[in-house]
Design a binder for this molecule. Sequence first.
Ligand code: ZN
Ligand code: ZN
Length: 123
Amino acid sequence: MTKWRKRILNILENSKRPLSAEEIYQLNEFKPSLSTIYRALNFLEKKDIVSSISFENTTRYFFPKEKHMHFLYCIKCGSIEVFENCIADEIKSALEKKYNYTILDHVFYFKGICKKCKKEGEK
Ligand SMILES: [Zn+2]
Ligand SMILES: [Zn+2]
């Protein structure tokens, strides 16, 4: 693994939320080019080491600490929170039966308005 891949993986591992390539670029004090970061992310995703999710038009990458991930996405400020409560297991077996499908994993998010933005809206 090249040092950039290791470095990016390390950033994602320590991040509480998924990060876009631009955000990784800003966090990384060694500053490779943005295209180096994109290439490293592509590589890591192909190897199944990191996962990605797209909110609006931005792809964000994360290191899946759990097999499955759930996010809350604020449509106003773009903030992302991770939540633990899994509701998928309840529908998983029903879907597997209905579609004769083997479900391995899931990633999903709820869109909404975060606490901070709600407060600002009340002003
Ligand atoms: Zn917000
Ligand atoms: Zn889950």
